[in-house]
Write a protein that binds this ligand. Structure first.
Ligand SMILES: Nc1ncnc2c1ncn2[C@@H]1O[C@H](COP(=O)(O)OP(=O)(O)OP(=O)(O)O)[C@@H](O)[C@H]1O
Ligand SMILES: Nc1ccn([C@@H]2O[C@H](COP(=O)(O)O)[C@@H](O)[C@H]2O)c(=O)n1
Length: 227
């Protein structure tokens, strides 16, 4: 990577990666890269073509014709596939239910991993927070700050259910668990790799979680710069 400072954050579904990373990026004046959006957008693209994300050949075909763009501005977030703005569409439960199918294809992971490194390296900001599942281990294993953001499964499910007011809390909890089981068979984001700091937000409110993340960033960057 270039001299853009990378902060890598991983964690399970609903652990607060997006909201916490976005807010921390604002506080630092950094860019914010949501990597799950690429997998979601590819799942959207597969479904848009009338295919199934369980069909690896269809996923690979869609990936070879995938015109993807994302904003790294934490104050102006958007995601596009070709000319279509899919910012909201990729958050729909039908995409969350289908996305693990594209994430388990190794060639897809290699393709989007390269894209993430290129997007972060091209940032005009001093740093970028990259969040996902394999950022601390595969995409940016040498980042000076690597964090595993986690929370108890029932806490994550309750927070996600609060967002989706028209969905049954038990159904939301089951979907979250199913996605974590499927995703963690591909990459390990449930345990911290050596050198990765754990921030557990189970007993923290949102502001306290931001403070905890910024505290780790501050300490790690000071140590990296030998102060
Ligand atoms: N410490 C916290 N206290 C209370 N609510 C929180 C906290 N952290 C995150 N949240 C809320 O939890 C919900 C899930 O957070 P978010 O969408 O950022 O998680 P995520 O890890 O990016 O999820 P996914 O992997 O499914 O995209 C959001 O409504 C967010 O505001
Ligand atoms: N680094 C990553 C990021 C995401 N995924 C896959 O994308 C799905 C959606 O991610 P969200 O963060 O938006 O929930 C996720 O369930 C994974 O299947 C990934 O594999 N690696």
């Amino acid at each position: 990577m270039t001299d853009v400072t990378i902060i890598a954050i991983d964690g399970p579904a609903g652990s607060g990666k997006s909201s916490v990373s976005q807010q921390a990026a604002r506080a630092l004046g950094y860019g914010y890269l949501d990597t799950g959006a690429a997998y979601r957008a590819l799942a959207w693209h597969v479904l848009d073509q009338g295919a199934d994300t369980a069909d690896e050949a269809a996923v690979l075909a869609a990936a070879s014709d995938f015109h993807y763009a994302i904003s790294l501005d934490p104050d102006h977030y958007w995601v596009r596939v070709g000319d279509v703005d899919v910012t909201d569409a990729i958050r729909e439960p039908r995409i969350s239910d289908a996305v693990s199918g594209v994430a388990r294809v190794p060639a897809v992971r290699a393709q989007v991993g390269d894209l993430f490194r290129a997007l972060a390296a091209a940032s005009d900001r001093p740093g970028v927070i990259i969040e996902g599942r394999d950022i601390t281990t595969v995409v940016a294993p040498d980042a000076p700050v690597r964090i595993l953001l986690t929370a108890a499964p029932e806490t994550r499910a309750a927070r996600r259910a609060a967002e989706l007011t028209d969905h049954d809390a038990a159904v939301v909890a089951r979907a979250l668990h199913k996605r974590d089981m499927s995703d963690s068979a591909v990459v390990d984001f449930l345990t911290a790799a050596p050198g990765v700091e754990v921030v557990d937000s189970t007993d923290l409110d949102f502001a306290q979680t931001i403070d905890a993340v910024l505290g780790v960033v501050h300490d790690k960057l000071e140590a990296a710069h030998g102060r």
